[in-house]
Design a protein around this ligand. Sequence first.
Ligand code: ADP
Length: 459
Amino acid sequence: MNSPAHPGVLRAALAPDGCLLSADGPLLALQREAGGDLGTPIALPQIAAVARLSRRLGVAVSRPVVAAAERGDIDMWVRARPEGEAVHLAIIDWHERPAATLSPDPAARDSDIAALADGWIWQIDTQLRFQMTLAGDDRQGALPPDAPVPGTRFSGYFDLKPDEEGDMAMLRGLTQRRAFSGQIAALVGNGDRLFRLSGFPLFDMAGQLIGYRGAALPMEHIVVAPFRADPAISLYPADFSKRLDRSLRQPLGRIIANADTIGAQMEGPLRPDYADYAQDIASAGRHLMALVDDLADLQAIDRPDFSVVAEEVDLADLGRRAAGLLGVKALDRGIAIVAPETDCAVNAIGEFRRVLQILVNLVGNALRYAPEGSLVRIVTEQQHGEACIMVIDQGPGIAMADRERIFDKFERLGRDDAGGSGLGLYISRRLARAMGGDIHIDGEPGEGARFILSLPAME
Ligand code: ADP
């Protein structure tokens, strides 16, 4: 490919009717290749959609876009800003690559994925929560009896394994919004059961990522457990909560998956306000699902028999994993996450999945509450028998007076947006303390938030 990347910014302007007023060279060439020119409507549908959204909302909107050119696909990051009657476009990160093998047509993609790999099918949303699972057509496509429940976290079911070069195909795919294959994963809690995962991204009509669908191929034959009749409803609280959990998650997962399908207009065009309702239903469903998750965690950690496993964990590795898991969310918000270097290791004692849960919560908060275009740093440190990992953002920070009460149950510091429950930090601190550590807030007021998770260091 002749010009695989354009450093710097490419600019263009669109008239109120969507016609291209001006464009820098490579973009104009792409417009001409697609049959348009200056003075005709922009012929690249994803860019047109970003511009329309920005004009409709009256604010700047940024989105990753993949444009199909004759010589391959072009990945770019498009920022549209309304100015008077016109919309100005700034395009950064222009990268050309050979065309993706998966068709952009959803129906064709479904058959691609069927051909891509055997096994059972899963679908996750952008929060990396399972939305649905389906049995595949072949013998190895049987859903395992312990298949993930919709709404549960992907990382709570699959533990991704790096390949010989330390690479994780799925994480790389997620951050670049591309298809991936050959990702080996073990079942959390049963490292002997291995799967080979492959998947591809799902986009809505505006070019926004809505999740991933893929296949899980068991690497050995699954031994199907003999069917056992359900015992009568147990009165043990743990059992009861598991049942309640399942009976809430299953229908919620189906509501979200269906609302996403309707909102993305995969089944055909829809009046715009109906598509918006569908998206509102999906986001309300996700919020409820997150609440079910938090409440289930809350119930678990408040039980007298709650315990954590003491294992050797590497905080730097966990920091990198949390950054990888939230890469898509960071990209959506235009925030860069700087994770510890790969040669950095800080060993501590804690439970792997619980430490990851805390870090995903802290980094997730940083992505939610810090402004677009800012930086989130994850830094590790070891001192006086303690191992620490810090999540530092460039947002509004936490006032001195709020630094303790922020850890109270349901405390949101007066926020009433639908995005949270006020339980994340409460649960995180309880988990940290159960592992012999703690979470504190440090840093000067007005300097951005700096959350420090400390755990006992390895001797
Ligand atoms: P949630 O995020 O669901 O509201 P949390 O317990 O995780 O619940 O956080 C409680 C509150 O603390 C949030 O509502 C927000 O007001 C504040 N907060 C948490 N993290 C940050 C951060 N990084 N920057 C600014 N405020 C934060």
